[in-house]
Design a protein around this ligand. Sequence first.
Ligand code: ATP
Ligand code: MG
Length: 238
Amino acid sequence: MVSPILPLTLDEVELRRQGKRILGPVTYRLEGEGITIVMGPNGAGKTSLLRCMHGLERISRGRMQWRGEADQIRARQAFVFQTPILMRRSVIDCIAYPLILDGLSRREARKAAEREADMVGLKVTLSAPVNVLSGGERQKMALARALIRAPEVLFLDEPCANLDLHSTAEIERVLTGARDRGTRIVMSTHNVGQARRLADDILFLSDGRLIESGSRDAFFAGPGTPEARAHINGDLLP
Ligand SMILES: Nc1ncnc2c1ncn2[C@@H]1O[C@H](COP(=O)(O)OP(=O)(O)OP(=O)(O)O)[C@@H](O)[C@H]1O
Ligand SMILES: [Mg+2]
């Protein structure tokens, strides 16, 4: 029986590095369904917030809590980095790897990996080593690998930053499909159009602080802060 790991609660969470506050204090509750888009200028703390939620950062202050047992909390979430970390394996084994770790036979895991590669539109020789893939192909591979265990929560840090329009559209289609199948998605982007297309709700960060959060429609209809207004309008901040 798989029990849910959501909600995730952040209570006055702060990240400090080298004596400097880089995130927080952030109070937020991740729950329900849908796609949450994290926006904000360079250095606002988007990557730090995602890494923190995924458990990759040791928080300096506050409390962060998932529901459930530690092994479930790890197993039921996945992270797609802005630049995928490459393993020295073939594409298919790289995608299949989480299932191999789960104890599936290599044959079963590879079959599932083929299906997942197809789902994300990865049209490469699956037996090739991963280092021959282009940037966009690597990102699709990373997405296939992240989705192969149908995670309850998926974090993505600017997954389309280096992709062309076609690949971006494909990734967006995959993400909305995963959302519709019940995966809770939290993703950062600088692409305002992408936020409008994908978001159910928006988190807007500025200088490490969560200064706006709410539904997409409310956010785009009338961002409450000059920082968010400037960001949406593409203005240069002072
Ligand atoms: N390990 C670290 N040590 C010191 N400072 C850090 C560390 N990691 C991040 N920072 C700083 O924290 C701030 C937030 O960084 P973060 O990468 O979260 O921003 P971001 O919103 O993702 O920016 P971008 O849009 O450029 O990706 C930045 O000022 C960054 O320099
Ligand atoms: Mg970042």
